[in-house]
Design a protein around this ligand. Structure first.
Ligand SMILES: *Cc1c(COP(=O)(O)O)cnc(C)c1O
Length: 411
């Protein structure tokens, strides 16, 4: 039985890359009374969050909000735009790209899975899982598709299983350079509101995201940002869709309502989250994530361990994957950290299970939270018998201290 009376002193350190810690402000917003979802107050809330979330995606076009986890929004993106047997080009950046590929197969699509060529000596079991999407491979494949059988290109922006953030603008340029009409579908479930993202400017047709990562909400709502081209495709696409169908939702959203009961209390939290993000400034939020990520990498390098992302151009600002030496069980390290220091780290998923752990530094993470998390990792590594070269915690302190800026707080 789950013992809900077990409360160690202090807060649990939830350093997984989603769900990220939910700020008290959002928890309080969620505690407002649930209201009539057909009543006048609800319409105002609906319009507020629907307008606000567009600014976060940087789009002028509709964003559909589902009462579902990110996986639901993945299915929505595919089932609204594609037809049975359609060829889609997907890219294996890691475990989440692999799950989306599996879903495409189950839905009756014909996905082709590209990946970075060549293995890595530190991670032979998972070729391609240390790199981002190579846009040139996509361009080359689309050029060979003279009859335009490929209907969509699907890529993961921030691959949460590895800590690699791909260049989406480059993928758009590759599709355009090949003169190919395929739709561009992008998963930024863990990237939104943490890593720079521009739905309209980058020419993305469907962007998929979720609530429990950069937006700092609990799990439970997810998004499709949709371009006019994607909406046009949804009118002729024939994969079965009902709950996920955009048309009725977008229609009713005009007045701030949904065709079914939306997740009212999570929408309160979403309104609050957008307000918090915009008060800090979206660009400042991105800069904060970049700086924390740099401090985390300084720690990993000082420990003498490998950062999973092998290409500094695509280091993730959201999380850092830490590869452990061959023969060390990364899940043992996580277990020690959990049991001794009341902190959860992200596990290695799929092909990298037991080979690495992930440190989340997203959402409301700040300097001192990261320092504490790195301290817990460092003690855990030593307790688990992993030899570290020098103190990563000190390296992070040096970095954070030397790059700190003073905030003038209202007095
Ligand atoms: C978390 C995540 C998912 C899965 O979302 P769920 O909310 O767990 O369904 C998919 N893709 C990426 C990149 C993610 O980070």
């Amino acid at each position: 039985m789950l013992n809900l009376n077990f409360h160690p002193a202090g807060r649990h350190f939830l350093q997984i890359p989603g769900p990220s810690p939910v700020p008290d402000r959002l928890l309080r917003a969620m505690s407002y009374p649930t209201i009539d979802h057909r009543g006048p107050e609800f319409g105002a809330l609906g319009r507020l969050v629907l307008a606000g979330i567009k600014r976060i995606f940087k789009t002028q076009h509709p964003v559909v909000i589902y009462p579902a986890s990110g996986t639901g929004a993945w299915e929505a993106a595919l089932s609204n735009t594609l037809s049975p047997g359609d060829q889609v080009l997907m890219y294996e950046t890691g475990h989440f790209a692999t799950l989306w590929n599996k879903m495409a197969l189950r839905l009756g699509l014909k996905p082709e899975f590209l990946r970075y060529p060549g293995a890595d000596p530190h991670l032979p079991e998972a070729p391609g899982w240390r790199h981002g999407v190579q846009a040139s491979l996509i361009e080359e494949r689309l050029r060979r598709d003279a009859r335009h059988a490929i209907k969509a290109v699907c890529v993961v922006h921030n691959e949460t299983s590895t800590g690699v953030t791909s260049d989406i603008a480059a993928v758009r340029r590759a599709i355009d350079a090949a003169g190919h009409p395929a739709l561009l579908l992008v998963d930024t479930i863990s990237g939104l509101a943490s890593a720079d993202y521009r739905h309209d400017e980058w020419g993305v047709d469907v962007t998929v995201s979720g609530s429990q990562k950069g937006l700092m909400l609990p799990p439970g709502i997810s998004f499709n940002a949709v371009s006019p081209k994607a909406i046009a495709a949804s009118r002729t696409a024939t994969l079965p869709k009902s709950f996920w169908a955009w048309d009725e939702i977008i229609d009713m959203n005009q007045t701030g309502y949904w065709p079914y009961t939306p997740n009212t209390n999570l929408l309160y939290a979403l309104a609050e989250s957008i307000e918090m993000i915009e008060a800090e400034g979206l660009e400042q939020v991105f800069a904060r994530h970049q700086r924390l990520a740099a401090a985390c990498r300084a720690a990993v390098q000082a420990w003498g361990l490998e950062i999973q992302c092998a290409d500094p151009a695509v280091y993730s600002p959201v999380l850092t994957g830490v590869l452990l030496p061959q023969g060390v069980d990364a899940d043992k390290v996580r277990q020690v950290v959990y049991q001794s220091f009341n902190m959860s780290l992200g596990a290695g998923l799929g092909k990298v299970k037991g080979r690495m752990f992930r440190i989340g530094h997203l959402g409301e993470c700040n300097d001192l939270a990261l320092v504490a998390a790195l301290g817990g990792c460092e003690m855990g590594l030593k307790l688990a018998g992993v030899r570290v070269r020098e103190s990563g915690t000190l390296a992070a302190l040096e970095y954070l201290g030397s790059t700190a800026t003073r905030q003038d707080r209202a007095s």
